[in-house]
Write a protein that binds this ligand. Structure first.
Ligand code: KG4
Ligand code: ZN
Length: 346
């Protein structure tokens, strides 16, 4: 019955969670609003904010779980990937705590944890399952054979799905992070009004940079073309008026294209592997268009589909805690020489 205290600090959320025997008792998340005014996460400011948040966040997670530090059996933390300055805050804190309490350390891969967020609540997928992980930094299709054995079978060769949302939103002059706003406006819009191209990428990999360029030219031409045509370039004023008058339809059309790019590859992966338990994970799985289309595709193809609760989709320590629990069961501990790394192999 291990009690795991978990810490997540890979990007701009400081989070702590307590998990007892595979049940998440608390999942406390402090968001950093400082980045909004800069249109993206500023690494230096993120590290500083983690330093301010980490002690109160860990305290809050322990209190909510009704747990004393003395009853913690192991400390899990996000080792990689992420912003190095952010990762260092959480990893050094976890190592210090493990040393002070004389408890084992468990190093967790952030992307594996996103996948295992699907094992937090019931009903849970059976092994092997497929997971489409869609976040601000990654887009991956993963085959999960067991909690400690997974393999990436497809991933983006350029931008992540979340970046496609956020960069499109930026072109529409929406504040960062723009994904949730595109989702909101898309709900009122006609997704078939404007056409954006689907890239032709071999195998199970994704590409989103062409879509971003297409949106850029589309707006520069005030909707008359997706191509770079100097003679059709609209004035800044015409562009702003076009965006203002068509925002919902533009958002719905961009969202629909991102969703079809994602789900066409996921369907291909399901057909190639023959796996029918299929999960979503990552911040973009909060997108209402993706959730709806994913469930509909699941019904049509007789898949069992799973999406974690919203609080376990975006960055959170609950997913680090559940991964830590399974690594504990598998006896996978880290020693004190472990260090955070910005990039890492699986
Ligand atoms: O997993 P996550 O919280 O952080 C990373 O590990 O990157 O994902 C953040 C991403 C951002 O790009 C954000 O715009 C996107 O998830 N996102 C959404 C929605 N909610 C969050 N994108 C589209 N629709 C949403 N509702
Ligand atoms: Zn993440």
């Amino acid at each position: 019955m291990p009690t795991i205290l978990a810490i997540e600090s890979s990007c701009d959320e400081t989070s702590a969670s307590v998990c007892v025997d595979g049940k998440i008792l608390s999942n406390y998340i402090a968001n950093q609003t400082i980045h909004e005014q800069y249109g993206g996460v500023v690494p230096e400011l993120a590290s500083r904010a983690h330093m301010q948040h980490i002690v109160p966040v860990v305290d809050a997670a322990l209190k909510t779980a009704g747990c004393e530090l003395s009853s913690v059996d192991g400390i899990a933390f996000t080792q990689s990937p992420g912003l190095i300055g952010s990762l260092l805050v959480g990893s050094q804190f976890a190592k210090s705590l493990a040393l002070a309490l004389n408890k084992p350390l468990i190093a967790v891969h952030h992307m594996q944890a996103h996948v295992l967020a699907n094992l937090i609540d019931d009903p849970k997928p059976s092994f092997p399952f497929l997971c489409l992980t869609v976040s601000g930094g990654h887009t991956q299709i993963v085959v999960c054979e067991s909690p400690v054995n997974m393999k990436v079978i497809g991933e983006t060769i350029d931008d992540a799905a979340g970046e496609a949302f956020d960069k499109s939103a930026k072109l529409l002059a929406l504040p960062y992070p723009g994904g949730p706003l595109i989702d909101k406006y898309a709900q009122e819009g006609d997704a078939n009004r404007f056409k954006f191209p689907e890239p032709r990428i071999e195998g199970l990999n994704f590409s989103f940079s062409g879509l971003k360029t297409s949106v850029l030219y589309f707006l520069q031409n005030a909707g008359t073309s997706n191509l770079f045509k100097e003679e059709f370039m609209a004035t800044e004023e015409e562009k702003q008026v076009f965006i203002r008058d068509n925002l919902a339809d533009i958002c719905a059309s961009i969202q629909q294209r991102i969703v079809t790019i994602l789900l066409n590859k996921l369907k291909k992966a399901a057909m190639e592997t023959g796996i029918t338990d299929i999960c979503l994970a990552g911040g973009v799985s909060a997108n209402s268009g993706l959730r709806k289309a994913f469930s509909a595709m699941g019904q049509k193809n007789n898949w069992k589909t799973f999406i974690p609760a919203f609080q376990y989709c975006t960055d959170n320590a609950g997913m680090i805690a559940i991964t830590g629990y399974y690594k504990w069961l598998a006896g996978q501990f880290a020693d004190m020489s472990v260090t955070a790394t910005a990039r890492a192999e699986w």
